[in-house]
Write a protein that binds this ligand. Sequence first.
Ligand SMILES: NC(=O)c1ccc[n+]([C@@H]2O[C@H](COP(=O)([O-])OP(=O)(O)OC[C@H]3O[C@@H](n4cnc5c(N)ncnc54)[C@H](OP(=O)(O)O)[C@@H]3O)[C@@H](O)[C@H]2O)c1
Length: 271
Amino acid sequence: MSRSSTKGAALVTGATAGIGATYAHRLAHRGHDLVLAARDAVRLQEVADRLRAETGVSVEVFRADLTDPADLVRLEARIAADETIEVLINNAGAALFGSFVDQGPEQIESLIRLNVVAVTRLANAAAKAFAARGRGTIVNIGSVVGLLPEYRSVAYGATKAFVLYLTQGLNEEIGGAGVRLQAVLPGATRTEIWERSGRNPADLDPTRTMDVDELVDAALAGLDAGELITIPSLPDPADWDAFQTARLKMAPNLSKAHPAPRYGVRATVPA
Ligand SMILES: NC(=O)c1ccc[n+]([C@@H]2O[C@H](COP(=O)([O-])OP(=O)(O)OC[C@H]3O[C@@H](n4cnc5c(N)ncnc54)[C@H](OP(=O)(O)O)[C@@H]3O)[C@@H](O)[C@H]2O)c1
């Protein structure tokens, strides 16, 4: 693929709709060449044709079902082989509504393949390539639901909690080596994800649902500002900092030689 930009290419997964399509639009207009991945080849081509015409950047489509191990391996290989790819927008994902006890094991496994396995393997491929070059950006799309077990979105929320940890942990490992990491935690955002997962978008509370353009523009502003965690809805970033401070206050006490006194366990090994 011939490249036209000097900004480095961006690989966007889930680029046919919603948040991914909006990232593709914004990054093309910032001058990044693009590799766009999703399952629907016709929609991928439409997005690619439009962005090429609007911006003149080079746009390649990469048809892949990221729950299919063979497609995932092809995309990993592409990240490893293509030195022009400097940005990964690890966005493709799905939701699963309803109660955990009513969900089927195949549904849950498919969700985990897309939201966890694919996200982790693509982050791994990008982390290897970017860390070796000392340059690159990995953006993982999580969700505020990953912070809120009280919302009772058990399987989906757990996949998104994973994305947050993955990003924070990876930042500890390679964030100092020139690789930028960001987890974006959207709240409810108007995209196709609601219909795809069987919800009626008309049921969404408009006062608590964000337009996808605003969501992605805020996420990119957060990236530009160097944020590791971007929660576009959150008015006061000090609230996030307080949450991290409370978590880290526990750190010195989370692994000790003996249980805490309240458990009343007699020591079997001297301290
Ligand atoms: N919208 C929200 O309220 C919201 C809130 C928090 C977090 N998020 C997260 O934001 C990300 C994007 O969601 P969205 O709202 O933009 O959803 P969306 O409008 O439904 O778009 C999902 C994208 O992922 C692609 N995709 C789905 N399954 C795939 C598969 N098996 N293999 C490859 N690509 C696949 C879809 O394309 P094809 O159908 O062509 O494959 C589409 O481009 C997800 O990770 C989601 O969890 C969304």
